[in-house]
Design a protein around this ligand. Structure first.
Ligand code: FFB
Ligand code: ZN
Length: 258
């Protein structure tokens, strides 16, 4: 099989052939249906402490654009539904070729133009790879933020300004050390949906505590257009790099808000 992608011949409908877990009972993304979620007063805000990075790369890996610091930089996530501390690994994006599509999660069937994922791994494991393979939904914690078109996002501007330098698959650039990742996050990480799920790309491991924030972040139309200029490994626009929603089966989606 051609390496997995999002085209007709290698997209989500094909992934089960190499990854049978694609048809599992804890797959992501899902449609977050407000009439079916359950408020949990025990869900406290999350705390993300992101320290400045000495050397981080911004890269085009053929199916997304990704910010990745060198290993072990001391950035941590705690609180919310998490029982232990999680280490920051990377963030990346999913987007569409127009403003009516692009996000992986949906809210009452609505898609946003893009979705930003902050990936963290359970610090009781020796490495990210071990956390992915650790079994159960506590290996990774991924924060999902919807992006909608509006005001320019000054915190993401250093990243969206780098996109033209990673237009082609397999290219990367060094990110200036004064990039402030913390500034991307809202001041308080309060209102979110959370459920047990999976990686949304192969190997689709069911190792993720998903935490999807209710409040979208805004990016400008120009910033959205920057994503749409990125090319995938087949030389086509990367837009459309999102998996459709998967069945919820007998999972509960909890909210930290009423
Ligand atoms: N869209 S998302 O759900 O937020 C998501 C997050 C991370 C990855 C990932 O790291 N993939 C590569 C990758 C693996 F999938 C592994 F299983 C592994 F062990 C790795 F080391 C690795 F880099 C895939 C999807
Ligand atoms: Zn993702």
């Amino acid at each position: 099989m051609a390496p997995w992608g999002y085209e007709k011949d290698n997209g989500p409908a094909h992934w089960h052939k190499d990854c049978p877990i694609a048809n599992g009972k804890n797959q992501s993304p899902i449609d977050l249906i407000n009439g079916e979620v359950k408020y949990d007063s025990g869900l406290k805000p999350l705390t993300a402490k992101y320290v400045p990075f000495s050397d981080a790369k911004f890269l085009n890996n053929g199916h997304s654009v990704q910010f990745q610091p060198s290993a072990g930089n001391g950035s941590e996530l705690t609180g919310g539904p998490l029982a232990v501390k999680y280490n920051f690994e990377q963030f990346h994006f999913h987007w569409g070729n127009n403003d009516t599509e692009g996000s992986e999660h949906r809210v009452d069937g609505k898609m946003y133009p893009a979705e930003l994922h902050f990936v963290h791994w359970n610090s009781t494991n020796p490495s990210f790879k071990d956390a992915v393979g650790s079994g159960g939904p506590n290996g990774l914690a991924v924060l999902g933020f919807f992006l909608k078109v509006g005001a320019e996002n000054a915190a993401l501007k250093p990243i969206t300004d780098l996109i033209p330098k990673v237009k082609d698959a397999g290219t990367s650039v060094t990110v200036p050390s004064n990039f402030d990742m913390q500034a991307i996050l809202p001041a308080t990480l309060t209102d979110y949906y959370t459920y047990d799920g999976s990686l949304t790309t192969p190997p689709l491991a069911e190792c993720v505590k998903w935490i999807v924030f209710k409040q979208p972040l805004e990016v400008s139309a120009a910033q959205m257009e920057a994503f749409r200029s990125v090319i995938n490994r087949d030389g086509k626009p990367m837009g459309g790099n999102y998996r459709p929603p998967c069945p919820l089966h007998d999972r509960a989606v909890k909210t930290s808000f009423k």
